[in-house]
Design a protein around this ligand. Structure first.
Ligand code: 2U9
Length: 335
């Protein structure tokens, strides 16, 4: 019978290793140590042995029971002291990481722009995305036959209702509703009827700004926008103003900074120019002031505009504008 005793001890010592909770500890006890358990079964067989064999094996069985009981006690102690509570919850397991969201890269870019301009005394205004022809084009000095008024470029909802193509109608509404001075930025969604691809989308975000008062000059425009550029992109970089045309400003300029991807050498991002266009700006056209009832002889002002997707694409090195709107968490979690 001694081989049976050895076998049972080996089995019990191996079983106790896989006991991880109270339930399997109970099962272990029932199997080996209970009154109908395996060790009791072996004691039962003592009576079939010869009187000489009986004390030898009795001693061996007592030793077996003591070792199995000791293994059981040790495991019970372990479970109650640190690894598991009575409900079978293992407190030593690592916790589950809760999923924490992040701010959308466009929100982060917009927040930074808002922070810089409010720091320079600008307030924030908003207005409707569904506009009429007058606020989106007419009041902004677009001639009646301007190509932007074409169905090809603008989403018309009805003959006189359209999705705004820029946030400029918000400036018109602000000026219609208050006398000068005005110093505000207008962030928001705008819509263009364009083919969707990696570079362009039918909807994007702009921040435009407007400053109107007596004696506002182009120098003030330059000072404010250069300060913005230095706060947003860093103070060491080079910039340049280049004349351009907008119906609503005169004179008008585009502002470029040295391409920070290639350091001015010319690359795909800056279309081999060495310069990146980051802002449009100009002095508000007198006709725009006339539309809102401001006297262009008394007041001057500057305005500017920038596309947020373009800025975020440059800032984060994103190569497809559509990624901003797919809301794939694997993309969003990177920012
Ligand atoms: C009023 C008067 C003037 C807003 C301006 C720009 C220049 C400009 C573009 C930047 C890239 C649009 O997002 S973009 O495609 N905008 O360059 N916007 S001045 O001028 C105004 C606005 C309102 C009443």
């Amino acid at each position: 019978m001694q081989p049976l005793v050895d076998q049972l001890l080996a089995q019990a010592e191996s079983d106790i290793l896989s006991v991880r909770d109270q339930q399997s500890l109970d099962a272990f006890r029932v199997r080996y140590l209970s009154r109908k358990g395996e060790i009791a079964g072996l004691f039962e067989q003592l009576k079939n042995l010869s009187p000489e064999e009986r004390p030898v094996l009795g001693k061996s069985l007592n030793a077996l029971r003591a070792r199995v009981q000791a293994a059981f006690d040790k495991k019970a102690q372990e479970l109650s002291s640190n690894s598991a509570n009575a409900n079978g919850i293992d407190l030593t397991l690592p916790g589950r990481m809760p999923f924490v969201g992040s701010r959308h890269p466009l929100t982060q870019t917009l927040d930074e722009i808002r922070r810089i301009f409010t720091g320079m005394g600008f307030s924030i205004a908003d207005g409707p995305e569904l506009e009429d022809d007058y606020h989106n084009f007419g009041a902004l000095n677009f001639p009646p036959d301007h190509p932007a008024r074409d169905m090809q470029d603008t989403f018309f909802v009805s003959r006189n209702a359209l999705l705004r193509t820029h946030t400029s109608p918000v400036q018109i509404r602000v000026m219609e509703n208050q006398p000068p001075p005005v110093r505000a930025i207008m962030p928001g969604k705008v819509y263009r009827n364009e083919a969707i691809n990696a570079r362009s989308y039918c909807m994007f975000h702009q921040v435009e700004g407007l400053c109107v008062d007596k004696g506002v000059t182009f120098s003030e425009l330059k000072g404010t926008l250069i300060s913005f550029i230095q706060q947003f992109y860093g103070s060491g970089l080079k910039y340049r103003f280049r004349p351009t045309f907008f119906p609503f400003t005169e004179p008008s300029a585009d502002i470029y900074i040295t391409c920070f991807i290639c350091n001015g050498k010319g690359c795909r991002m800056c279309k081999q120019l060495g310069w990146l266009e980051i802002l449009g700006c100009g002095m508000v056209h007198p006709n725009v002031f006339r539309s809102v009832g401001y006297d262009p002889e008394k007041y001057t002002g500057y305005a500017f505009g920038m596309g947020i997707e373009r800025i975020a694409i440059l800032r984060y090195g994103i190569d497809d504008i559509r990624l901003f709107f797919e809301n794939d968490v694997r993309f969003l979690a990177q920012f």
